[in-house]
Ligand binder design. Structure first.
Ligand code: MLT
Length: 252
């Protein structure tokens, strides 16, 4: 990448902010009420949520804790309960966070209650935003096309790993910046850095992201196929949006 190959100065998005929160630990620095928040957890929560909603899940209810998820067993019959911790399905649950558990056959017409190590936590911290939507490579362009019509401040919240920065969420945020940057947005340094990172890795996302710590973690668990799946670009168009406690398909 050339040194002058950075974002051009904001040129047009009606002056709205386009910012990236690199870790949930930094979220208190933002007034989330002022933004549309996009939750990003590429490996694998937000990819699986996008895939599940695309495949006709009636709703996905994100909950922060395993116990909360379990409580739905008594609260509501017929819900599928999904729980992941440290990359593994929590014992006793229907499934975890693999996108392959969110196929049409498994989730169409169903409501899934889901808790994950980082993704659902980031979502909970962002609940007071103007709107909370879900982003992944799967729905990248559909998400960006919708964001472009909103004329609102946008904050991409990277779920990271246990409050640490991660490459894959940041790089995806940079892919969103790439699609929006011709608009009149005020980008912060995190958005510029994320976009630079995306431009470094975009020609071979698989190879670039193979070095991430969560790829290593998932490989050790024998689930490399999930990593490759989560890097499919634009195979879905549904945008999951938080309505009350439920993630449902945004009506556009
Ligand atoms: C998370 O929320 O931490 C994840 O998506 C982890 C995973 O399931 O790989």
């Amino acid at each position: 990448m050339k040194i002058d190959d950075h974002l051009s100065p904001p040129s047009g998005g009606r002056g709205a902010k386009l910012e990236v929160c690199l870790s949930p630990a930094l979220l208190s620095l933002y007034n989330v009420e002022e933004y549309i928040v996009v939750i990003v957890d590429i490996f694998r929560a937000t990819s699986s949520i996008c895939y599940g909603i695309e495949n006709g899940a009636e709703a996905i209810i994100p909950v922060a804790e395993v116990d909360e998820c379990l409580a739905y067993r008594d609260k509501q019959a017929g819900y599928l309960l999904a729980a992941e911790r440290n990359g593994e399905v929590v014992k006793g649950f229907d499934f975890g966070n693999s996108p392959f558990s969110y196929t049409k056959e498994k989730v169409a017409g169903k409501t899934v209650v889901l808790t994950t190590t980082n993704g659902t936590q980031a979502l909970h911290l962002s609940r007071s935003a103007k709107k909370v939507v879900i982003g992944s490579f799967l729905n990248l362009t559909a998400l960006c096309n919708w964001l472009k019509t909103q004329n609102e401040n946008i904050l991409l919240v990277c779920a990271g790993w246990k409050n640490n920065f991660n490459l894959e969420d940041t790089l995806f945020s940079g892919a969103v910046v790439e699609q929006l940057k011709s608009g009149d947005y005020k980008t912060d340094d995190s958005a510029i850095a994320a976009n630079d990172l995306y431009r470094l890795g975009k020609n071979d996302l698989n190879a670039y992201l193979a070095k991430t710590s969560h790829s290593e973690r998932l490989k050790k668990l024998g689930i490399e196929a999930d990593i490759a799946f989560c890097l499919n670009v634009d195979i879905t168009t549904a945008i999951p949006v938080l309505e009350g406690e439920r993630l449902v398909k945004l009506r556009v």
